[in-house]
Each structure stands twice: as structure tokens, then as C-alpha cells.
Design a protein around this ligand. Sequence first.
Ligand SMILES: *[C@@H]1O[C@H](CO)[C@@H](O)[C@H](O)[C@H]1NC(C)=O
Ligand SMILES: *[C@@H]1O[C@H](CO)[C@@H](O)[C@H](O)[C@H]1NC(C)=O
Ligand SMILES: *[C@@H]1O[C@H](CO)[C@@H](O)[C@H](O)[C@H]1NC(C)=O
Ligand SMILES: *[C@@H]1O[C@H](CO)[C@@H](O)[C@H](O)[C@H]1NC(C)=O
Ligand SMILES: *[C@@H]1O[C@H](CO)[C@@H](O)[C@H](O)[C@H]1NC(C)=O
Ligand SMILES: *[C@@H]1O[C@H](CO)[C@@H](O)[C@H](O)[C@H]1NC(C)=O
Length: 401
Amino acid sequence: MLIHLSLLSFLLASASGRGLIPPSSPITLPLRVLPRDANAPPTVSGITPVKISSDRQTYFAVLQTGAISFRVALDTASADLWVVGSTCSSSSCAAVPRYPLAFDSSTFEAVNNNATVFQASYADGTVASGFVAKESVRLANVTLPGQAFAIVTDSNVTMLDDVSGILGLGFPRLSSISRSVADSMPFFPSLAQQGILDYPLFGLSLTNDESGSLTLGAIDPTIVTNVSQIGWNKVVEFSPVGSESNASSYLHWATPLSGFSVNGKHISPLPTYPKVTANASLALFDIGFSGIFGPYQDVDRLFDQINGARLVDDGQWAIPCDTVVPLSFTFGQQTYTLEPTDYLIGPASGNPEIVWHGRGPCLPVQTVSIGNLVVPSSGRFTQSSAMGSMQKSPHSSDFML
Ligand SMILES: *[C@@H]1O[C@H](CO)[C@@H](O)[C@H](O)[C@H]1NC(C)=O
Ligand SMILES: *[C@@H]1O[C@H](CO)[C@@H](O)[C@H](O)[C@H]1NC(C)=O
Ligand SMILES: *[C@@H]1O[C@H](CO)[C@@H](O)[C@H](O)[C@H]1NC(C)=O
Ligand SMILES: *[C@@H]1O[C@H](CO)[C@@H](O)[C@H](O)[C@H]1NC(C)=O
Ligand SMILES: *[C@@H]1O[C@H](CO)[C@@H](O)[C@H](O)[C@H]1NC(C)=O
Ligand SMILES: *[C@@H]1O[C@H](CO)[C@@H](O)[C@H](O)[C@H]1NC(C)=O
């Protein structure tokens, strides 16, 4: 009987034809939750601290590969996990704890005799390379055996505060390891797809100090005190979508930005590619990179509203340090407000090009013209991500009132 039913659904699926499967068809979901049987182990969730780096550019958490703990920077715009290995002798690697290749970890599994190459490059021009292997990875009390990751043997990625690598929390389509190792998945999608977690979601609370958190399979109840007030936004799909490809159409944690305002004055964003995005402006959430980036036509109108704002460099603005106006960004129905303490880096004293008249200049978190992406990633925000959804709040006091 079961066989007949599945055959029937197979035939129906074929008969419906490629073009008839809507883009929102369940086959495009990135995370497939497997049905659980009665004998399945109980699901889990975990919470672990997230701290801001001393240069205030990244957030990091602690995970274990095998028996060894490492600090890893969190990044929502990449999807691979890597740590530097003991054979990496560049000045960048030498400054941080390294995965000891001679240690002979009992949970280490070689992939392709250590000959599968890993290469990553980042927006600031730095690069890391090494080889792919598998290890037992434990984060927030959640353990995943045999996780494909990379051991970096050469790198000039800036490493501070004993942070030894990067944990990518992006969608599988961004993973280079998944492409080079058969049947492998990035850490979080793998946890979700195997049904290990209570819920297929992660939560991030990012603060200006050491008080942030990363939750797996759960939301931090000290941050989210009323789950009904979480704003759910659709994550936009990137071509190819639906039946054109076997890959998920989810690529970036990107969602439509409905508007922004300066000191209460609303500004409608002007999309750079209105025909492609159906007149919507998209915002990409990248916690691995500091700054707010937007297209020139929007950033220019934003700073028009701030007294004394000046374009000081190619696409970069500075504003008076005594600026008090709040900036708001609206996603879906919810508006999130950044106060100057959230969006100002500090005095631009090191830059002789910036000459001011009477008032001290301040650099806002880098706000430059680039592509069609606005990336708010400064200050305090919390993001819960589940099956293509995201929520953000800049202040603990604004959050879930
Ligand atoms: C792969 O690397 C591990 C860790 O350094 C090492 O123990 C193992 O011998 C290597 N395997 C090969 C085939 O080089
Ligand atoms: C890092 O290395 C790459 C490749 O060699 C090079 O192009 C880049 O300029 C380097 N970046 C830094 C900051 O050293
Ligand atoms: C994680 O596991 C350790 C050791 O088993 C335990 O002491 C700790 O309370 C656990 N933490 C959480 C958040 O479950
Ligand atoms: C939680 O939020 C919902 C939606 O705003 C509201 O109706 C409800 O009263 C709130 N619950 C509590 C306990 O504050
Ligand atoms: C999708 O997967 C099937 C079966 O693995 C394969 O035959 C087909 O070529 C794939 N299609 C694309 C567009 O990758
Ligand atoms: C975008 O907006 C313009 C002006 O309101 C309208 O003419 C056009 O049809 C819209 N395009 C799309 C794809 O929604």
C-alpha cells in the first residue's frame, strides 16, 4: 500500500511538469525536517556565549573540534567551518591556538588523504587555504560527529583575541566544502536536517560586550521574553529557483528592506535593480563584517538628513560626534532603531583629511555605496533564523517590549 502511494505521488509529480512547480514549493526549502520515529533519540538545544572582538569587528563563540576548544568568529555570509592547523606558520596563524595535526585525535577522519583543497577569500582581500577533513564538532552542548571542516595551512586573515577560525552560518549554497566533499553539509544545516535539534533554528544576540549568545534549536529566553513579538520576514530566493535546479534557492540571509528613517523622517529605499527585485530593496545580514553598506542613492539621502554630515572618502561619510539623531530600518511590519551609540565608531582623529569647523567629527559605522545591499550589523541586534526567516532588534529595551 505504501509503495503504491509513493509511486502515485511520483507519477503526479512528473505529470505536473517542470514549469508548474511554484517557486514556493516545499522542495525549495533549505532545511528538510525528517519525521521522527518513536525510537529516535530525544532532540536537543543549546546556548553558548558570544563575545565581541577587541577591535569590535567580529563576534566569536567557542566550539570543540574533537577534544580541543577553539574560538571561532561567527559569519552569516559564509557557510564553511575552518580552524588554523599547526602547520600554518604565517604570522597571522602563529598568533593564535592551532589545531594540532600531530595530536592524532581519535575523532579525526581524513578526507581524500588530506588532498581535497580548501580555499576562502574575504571582502577585505585576505585569503585562507588548507585541506578538508572531518571531525566531531561540539557547539553549545550539541555534538555532530564527522562534520566536514577545513584545516587551514596558509592564511593572512586578520586573527585577534585567540580566534582560530570561522564558523559559517550561511546557506549550503555558499559552502565550498559541500561542493568538494560528497554528502557533506555545513554544520548548522546538517544539525537541522538530521533532526537533532528541538527546532530547526538558531538565534543570535549580538551586544557591545561579552553578553551575547548563540542558541541552537532554541531562542534565548532572556532575550526573547515574548515569542509572539518576533517579526518573521521572508528570505529572498536567488536564481536558479524551484525545479530549475536541485539546489535550494536560498543563498544569502537577505530580506526586503521596506524603508529607513533618520530622526523620524521616512525615506523609501530606491532599488538599484528594480526590474530584478520587483521594486524591492534587499538587505543582507552579515555578522562577519562590520558596517552598514547601501547604494549611493540611498546612503546619500540618509546623510542629507544629518546636520554636518560630510562625504570624506570614496563613498564614506563622517558626522559630528555630538549627533543625537536615531536611524531606523524597517523590515516587514517592524521597525528597529539605532541610537548614535550603536552606529558611531568614534572620533575620526586619525584621519587628517577630515577637517571640521568647531565640532568634532565622528565616523559612523562605515556607510558606503556598494551594490544594492544595506547591511546593518552594528550595535545590539538579535536574529532568529528558521526555515528562511529572520528577526532583528537593535536594543534590548526595544526588543519584545
Ligand atoms: C592527514 O592528516 C592527519 C592529521 O595531520 C594525519 O594524521 C594523517 O596521517 C594524514 N593523512 C595522510 C594520508 O596524509
Ligand atoms: C593576503 O594574501 C593575498 C594573496 O596572496 C593578497 O592578495 C592580499 O593582498 C593579502 N592581504 C593582506 C592584508 O595581507
Ligand atoms: C553543557 O554540558 C555541561 C557538561 O555536561 C554542563 O555542565 C552544562 O550545564 C551544559 N550546558 C547547557 C547549557 O546545557
Ligand atoms: C506577547 O505579545 C503579544 C503580541 O504583541 C501580545 O498580544 C501579548 O499580550 C504579549 N504577552 C505578554 C505576556 O506580554
Ligand atoms: C538533479 O538531480 C538528478 C538526480 O540526481 C540529476 O539527474 C539531474 O541532472 C540534476 N539536475 C540538475 C539541474 O542539477
Ligand atoms: C515598479 O514601480 C514602477 C513605478 O511605480 C511601476 O511602474 C512598475 O510596474 C513596478 N515594477 C515592478 C516589477 O513591480
